[in-house]
Write a protein that binds this ligand. Structure first.
Ligand code: APR
Length: 316
């Protein structure tokens, strides 16, 4: 059987950690790409990771490179290239720099891995997914953004911490853009089927919601840079669902037109991930409060995309 191939663009904190999770899960061969100035870092991290194989028991060819020819034949390309946040910055502050980076990376992906499914991680996420879509010209089922897997994982972690239960039993749902106005939906959170409001007070649930929304900022404040373990873990969760054609229902930034009344933007929604990439957006009935929050979040995504369009008319 042919081994799958995962390329990760950007060999920094998120990228190298994606390579780590992908190799440890034996998802396939891994190509770690960075700019020519940092090719040694990409190659060194790839070699270091490859040497974990005999200990962790995985077989994978892992290479570092700055040559995009090496991404040819990739099943999945994860785009982590871009500036991370510093304390005091919002994700939106990264837009001018990161749109240029994601645009140039996407041109290379379109040329060298034209059949791949692209998972964007660079921030501000929803605008970067748009940039990758416009630049590659790929069909919308092969362009996704990773945010929901991470944001839901944070939400579940905080719920489990409050209950004192295993995270394995907690499931939750979250919609909207990957900003502080993301929309965690406590109504859909449960612990092995038990609605979370039977286990926690409303105040505690609200605290979990609030912490999930700003969980990224909490980590930036502590570390001085953006989180990377969980963002990478969420990205590889999506890659695994695609490579193994699992038909998992995961929250991702996916193209929505009529869905949720979004009107042609990438926003966080639950969708089916399989060999076809994003195979279906799942529409759930929102109550009026949830709909207001979703509309606010989508409107913020639209504003960000407008900034991209104004600055880069070729991406309209
Ligand atoms: N091609 C390939 N790699 C690039 C390019 C490019 N054109 N431009 C920058 N890079 C690389 C940088 O050289 C660096 O190694 O992207 C890497 C980014 O790594 P870090 O600075 O460690 O940033 P990281 O924490 O990984 O975050 C990357 O993901 O979660 C988001 O907000 C985060 O936008 C940020 C992105």
């Amino acid at each position: 059987m042919r081994r799958a191939k995962i390329s990760v663009i950007g060999a920094g904190n998120v990228g190298a950690t994606c390579a780590h999770w992908a190799a440890a899960k034996e998802l396939g061969d891994v190509v770690l790409v960075d700019i020519p100035d940092k090719v040694g870092v990409a190659q060194g991290k790839a070699l270091d990771l490859a040497c974990c194989g005999p200990i962790e028991n995985f077989d994978a060819n892992i290479i570092g490179t700055s040559d995009y020819k090496d991404v040819a034949g990739s099943d999945v390309v994860i785009v982590t290239a871009g500036l991370p946040r510093k304390p005091g910055m919002s994700r939106d502050d990264l837009i001018q720099t990161n749109v240029k980076i994601v645009k140039s990376v996407s041109e290379q992906i379109a040329t060298h891995a034209p059949d791949s499914v692209v998972i964007v991680v660079a921030n501000p996420l929803d605008a970067m997914v748009y940039t990758a879509w416009k630049t590659t010209g790929f069909p919308t089922n092969r362009i996704l953004g990773q945010a929901g897997c991470l944001d839901v994982a944070r939400f579940c972690t905080f719920i489990a911490m409050e209950i004192g239960c295993s995270v394995e039993d907690v499931t939750a749902l979250l919609l909207g853009g990957h900003g502080d106005d993301m929309v965690p939906l406590p109504r859909f959170a449960s612990v092995h089927g038990i609605p979370v409001n039977q286990l926690l007070s409303d105040e505690t649930i609200t605290a979990c919601v609030d912490r999930a929304k700003v969980g990224g900022g909490e980590i930036v404040k502590l570390m001085g840079t953006s989180a990377y373990y969980a963002p990478a873990s969420g990205s590889v969760q999506m890659a695994e669902a695609i490579i193994k054609d699992k038909k998992r229902i995961l929250p991702c930034a996916a193209y929505c037109d009529a869905e949720y009344g979004v009107g042609g933007y990438f926003v966080g929604v639950p969708c089916v991930l399989g060999a076809g990439g994003m195979e279906q957006v799942i529409e759930i009935d929102l109550n009026s409060d949830e709909k207001v929050l979703m509309d606010e979040s989508v409107s913020h995504v639209k504003d960000l995309v407008e900034v991209v369009r104004e600055t880069f008319p070729e991406l309209v």
